[in-house]
Design a protein around this ligand. Structure first.
Ligand code: C2E
Ligand code: CA
Ligand code: CA
Ligand code: CA
Length: 276
């Protein structure tokens, strides 16, 4: 497309160039972020929908860059995936979360997000085993959150890796359910403990969107029949809590119950809820 539409390309080139340049600079910064200690984890409460009792926390990574300020994981996780930095970042998140959770009351679980790329690495199972061993966290208190995209690209590679993770005694939950891949076959192949219903459905349902309500109902029924829990994500109001509870969701997470917390506050909440 060198000759064709030269003028058109010219018009868009500067913007594209700036974007590529910004990404490159961000990537360089990201490469050094871990060793410079610029990353930390926040922990968002996950509570029982009926009783409001604290069940666990989801670890959410944060990057405070001296040059770029606070960069959202929505931006830097995809960048880390493309720049092949997700393995070291993901391993650091997992080890840090396990180390921390090992100091919480034993009733409180920790959920860690795992990107599809991490599961492509056959060494990942050993990393999980090592994070458990070195932290002393019992496997049953660790839950790995994976999205449907894990099942998208290859055949059964991811399924086999997940099987070996389950063999360790670690739980799996299916994150952002309904936003990605649209086949349900993998649900019968992989033993998930819970399905997380994306915030977009919770929001839609609370605005009275019939389709969103129907989808939540269907997911809850599906999960129940497969013996899985359902977590409604992004619950921001009392009305939304009541709604998802009536729809049968078993766990809830969202600003209404708590924002992602710094580690010391998360531990204090855990101890207030369950005792030291
Ligand atoms: P996610 O796994 O779906 O995480 C939930 C996101 O929703 C978090 O955003 C959380 O702060 C936000 N959230 C929770 N409750 C509410 C609410 O009531 N209202 C609203 N508006 N938002 C709420 P965050 O921390 O910015 O993370 C965004 C995404 O980045 C995550 O989505 C996840 O896909 C990814 N991510 C975060 N940490 C990690 C990590 O350690 N590893 C990987 N692979 N991905 C991560
Ligand atoms: Ca998640
Ligand atoms: Ca989610
Ligand atoms: Ca989400």
């Amino acid at each position: 497309a060198k000759d064709a539409g030269r003028g058109v390309f010219h018009a868009y080139e500067p913007a594209l160039h700036v974007q590529a340049e910004e990404r490159r600079v961000l990537e360089v910064a990201l490469r050094g972020a871990l060793e410079k200690g610029e990353m930390h984890l926040n922990y968002q409460p996950v509570v029982d929908a009926g009783t409001g009792v604290l069940k666990g926390f989801e670890a959410l990574v944060r990057w405070n860059s001296p040059d770029f300020g606070s960069v959202s994981p929505v931006k830097f996780i995809p960048l880390a995936e493309e720049a092949r930095l997700i393995a070291p970042i993901g391993e650091w998140v997992l080890r840090t979360a396990c180390d921390e959770a090992a100091r919480w009351p034993s009733e409180v679980r920790i959920a860690v997000n795992v990107s599809a790329d991490q599961l492509q690495n056959p060494g990942f199972v050993a990393v999980v085993a090592s994070a458990l061993a070195s932290s002393g966290l019992p496997a049953g208190r660790l839950e790995l959150e994976v999205t449907e995209s894990v099942f998208m690209h290859e055949g059964l590679g991811a399924t086999k890796t997940l099987e070996r993770i389950l063999d360790l005694g670690v739980r799996l939950s299916l994150d952002d359910f309904g936003t990605g891949y649209s086949s349900l076959g993998y649900l019968s192949r992989t033993r998930f403990s819970s399905i997380k219903i994306d915030r977009s459905f919770v929001q839609g349902a609370s605005k009275g969107v019939k389709e969103a309500i129907a989808i939540i109902r269907a997911v809850v029924a599906l999960a129940q029949s497969l013996g899985m829990a359902t977590t409604a994500e992004g619950v921001e109001t009392e009305a939304e809590h009541e709604m998802v509870q009536e729809l049968g969701c078993t766990k809830v997470q969202g600003y209404y119950f708590g924002r992602p917390l710094p580690v010391t506050e998360a531990r204090e909440l855990a101890i207030r809820s369950w005792g030291a």
